[in-house]
Design a protein around this ligand. Structure first.
Ligand SMILES: [Zn+2]
Length: 421
């Protein structure tokens, strides 16, 4: 009760003293606040901030507010994509090697502006982008253009080039007489200190490391960096106030990444309860990227529901189930770019298909991701003082997860980007 009166007072005082900023009073059948679903709630936005959230009988519309009501709908915090590659597009249209080797950064950035718009229009108001895959620091430029309001797009956290160990990463299989540009920046040993700092200087918001890659004798995932190298990367990254995140599929790479201080594990194709518990103990969040595995398998000829399930899909299902059983925090990130930008919800549908409750998936894509990316004081929940990032979808995605695709309304920083009946 006390907090309600405080928030009401805040609304009234803001109303009284700032006559210029716009007030919007939003209602829908139900409001998901980032944790729980509430019937009959309202959200009040003033300027670029949320100023009140609560039951409609207590949170009344300020007199000069614009009222927006969506019957039959669910109002949620703007969704957070945890693992995107805005500089990539689906490999069944153009394979990864060709995108990395033959397409200029300028061409790829032109495409990325459309990808960014599609992401925002799908209700994803924030995205963590995990590397440009050969397009240099185009993500830093993209983020700037979005922040300056030049193009529409989600609020971005970007990795820049990302770091791989020498010899592990692709494109591969070309004549060694040619210098082949890689999809990330190679570095090893003490040189990692310089490369981490260089990437930070060029605009990386966090450092993305490929802690393993499919470079084993049989093409299996094997660690690419030693534990000491990962510790060195983490130490240098941390001292700049940033964090290290790791692509890690194999158990050993996950173990090293966690022990070295990684904050998120990307992909994690071979998690078991033991490694999941280790992640949990170290407050590491798991970003599963189920959709990438599913779609790449389909690009390779798997007819879902018709032909036999490929081993990588079976492994992924097992890994995801064990992760749930271990209690590790599970965020949402699909590796979108492998599949079309704007189809981000596919990952959420697959999380449900693989055994997670829809409400839990909604949390993953909002409050869990926000906490994992240190954004919980800005986005991922509907709370007084947070950024006015709001999405409204037809239906109830806590019952039918696919309803997250039925986007009717998108607001980011208080600006309405999509509004339809
Ligand atoms: Zn990725």
């Amino acid at each position: 009760m006390k907090s309600f009166f405080c928030s009401l007072f805040f609304v009234l005082s803001v109303t009284a003293f700032s006559q210029t900023s716009k007030i919007v009073y939003l209602t829908a059948d139900r409001v998901f606040d980032g944790v729980d679903m509430h019937e009959g709630w309202a959200v009040v936005v003033e300027g670029d901030k949320i100023v009140a959230v609560g039951p409609q009988e207590k949170i009344k519309a300020p007199s000069r507010a614009t009222k927006i009501n969506y019957p039959g709908s669910t109002l949620m915090p703007g969704l957070i994509e945890g693992h995107s590659h805005l500089l990539l597009y689906p490999y069944n249209i153009t394979d990864w090697d060709t995108q990395v080797l033959k397409e200029t950064d300028a061409y790829r950035t032109a495409r990325a502006t459309v990808h960014a718009k599609n992401t925002l229009m799908a209700g994803f108001t924030t995205a963590r982008d995990l590397g440009t895959e050969g397009a240099g620091y185009s993500d830093v430029a993209l983020k700037r253009a979005i922040n300056e309001g030049i193009i529409p797009g989600p609020r971005l956290m970007v990795a820049g080039r990302a770091i791989v160990s020498t010899g592990s990463y692709g494109p591969k299989g070309y004549d060694h007489d040619q210098e082949i540009m890689l999809g990330a920046e190679p570095a090893d040993g003490n040189d990692l200190v310089r490369v981490v700092r260089d990437q930070i200087g060029k605009g990386a918001d966090f450092i993305k490391i490929y802690a393993d890659y499919r470079w084993g004798l049989q093409g299996e995932d094997q660690p690419s960096f030693t534990l000491d190298e990962l510790k060195l990367i983490n130490e240098v990254t941390r001292s700049s106030g940033r964090v290290m995140v790791c692509h890690a599929k194999s158990k050993e790479a996950i173990r090293r990444a966690v022990m070295a201080g990684a904050e998120t594990i990307e992909h994690g194709d071979f998690i078991d309860v033991e490694i999941g518990k280790l992640m949990k103990e170290h407050n590491v969040t798991y970003i599963p990227t189920i959709a990438a595995v599913d779609m790449i398998s389909q690009y390779r000829g798997w007819k879902k529901g018709v032909t036999a399930e490929p081993a990588n899909v079976t492994n992924k299902k097992k890994s995801f189930k064990e992760a749930i059983a271990s209690g590790v925090a599970i965020g949402m990130g699909g590796d979108v770019g492998v599949f079309p930008h704007g189809e981000n919800a596919l990952e959420m549908e697959l999380m449900v298909e693989y055994g997670m409750q829809p409400l839990q998936v909604l949390r993953a894509a909002t409050s869990v991701n926000a906490k994992a990316f240190h954004l919980e004081n800005q986005v991922g929940s509907l709370k007084e003082g947070l950024k006015a990032d709001i999405v409204i979808v037809q239906g109830d995605p806590s019952k039918i997860i696919s309803d997250v695709r039925k986007v009717k309304f998108v607001m980011k920083d208080g600006v309405i980007y999509r509004s339809e009946k």
